[in-house]
Structures are given as C-alpha cells and as structure tokens.
Design a protein around this ligand. Structure first.
Ligand SMILES: [Zn+2]
Length: 197
C-alpha cells in the first residue's frame, strides 16, 4: 500500500525528470556563462535557485566553441530567452599571457601546436601559433566582459531576440556590477577633481 504522499512525490520527480521531453524550459528561461572560479558563487550572485537556469562555466566565463554549442541548444530548443555572462575580478585568466602558458606547457612536455583540442575528434588541432588566441588570456575584465556580449550577439547560432547582458563579480567586495561601473574609481576621480588628498 503506497501512501498518497509517496505517490505525489513520485509524480513530482517524474514531472521534473521529463521537463526537457515535455518542452518545459528552466524556470527563468536563462542561460548563464560564468567563470569556473570558486570565488564566484554564481547561484548566490544571481539569486538563482535549483531549476532556475542552465549554467555553463569555463575558465574566464568566455565565449568558446563549446559555449556557443551550449548556447545554441538552450536558446533554439530548450526555451531560453535570456543570456547573462558573469566574469570576475582577480581572474586566473589575467595572471599570465597565452605565450607564457604555452611555454610553461612545452616545458611540461605538452606540445600546444599538435595537441588535439577535442579527444573525441583527434583531427581537430590548432593551426600553428593559434594557441594563445585559443587560450584567451586577458588583462582587462571590464573590456572582456563587454566583449563577450558582442561575441554572443554576433553569433548566427543565437536568435536575435535573446536578451544578452554581462556583469563583473568583484571577489573582493562580493558584489555584482556592470562592466566599467567601478565605484572606487569614481570616488578617486571625484577626489582628484576637488583637490582632496
Ligand atoms: Zn576566473
């Protein structure tokens, strides 16, 4: 004899599991592209609860071929209508150049010129000299955050009516801001203009 509560529980789990088959989008119709860094608590930063979004994380929170692959699927077939990109200050992607990482990898015996980028497709290797561009190290998080929106907007794989925005998570303050909205620098400018110390 199964109780009514248990049957309800089973029905709810079944409905949850079958969401994609039934064409039900995530709760906020949202796809998030964010850096993998542990100092960026993405659910907390965006106020997300279980079921609210599809979340894609990689080094930097950058538009890569696999990010486009995922964005293409979620916006064209899984009901997603909004994209939010979150990059962050003190990102590991700003610690060295692509050339420096390439050199460090060669010293470890990894040849970045011939290493397949996808083990399931060994024929895919980077053209000579393309490793730094593929790695996508950067120096300015505001600029890179703005660029990711442009790259997504320019992609023919994403429907034009999808809303796309980006934010910078300040790891030092645990707050989200738009690119180039630096409160501290504004204060410095104000102080300089008014002759403060
Ligand atoms: Zn990062």
């Amino acid at each position: 004899m199964v109780s009514a509560q248990v049957e309800l529980d089973i029905a709810e789990k079944r409905a949850w599991a079958l969401r994609r088959q039934l064409g039900i989008p995530n709760n906020r119709r949202l796809w998030v592209l964010a850096c993998m860094d542990e100092r960026l608590p993405i659910e907390h930063a965006l106020g997300l609860r279980e079921g609210d979004a599809h979340i894609f994380r990689n080094a930097g929170g950058l538009v890569t071929d696999d990010a486009i692959r995922s964005a293409l699927l979620t916006t064209n077939f899984f009901g997603t209508t909004e994209i939010v990109v979150v990059n962050h200050t003190e990102c590991g992607m700003m610690t060295a150049t692509g050339e420096e990482f390439g050199q460090a990898l060669r010293e470890k015996g990894i040849d970045t010129a011939t290493t397949p980028v996808d083990p399931s497709q060994p024929e895919l290797t980077l053209p000579h000299g393309a490793f730094p561009r593929w790695l996508k190290m950067f120096t300015d998080v505001d600029e890179v955050s703005r660029q990711q929106v442009e790259l997504l907007r320019a992609s023919p794989c994403i429907p034009k009516d999808v809303s796309i925005t980006s934010y910078v998570w300040e790891v030092e303050n645990r707050r989200l801001r738009k690119p180039y909205e630096r409160l501290s620098e504004r204060t410095n400018t104000f102080t300089q203009l008014h002759g403060g110390r």
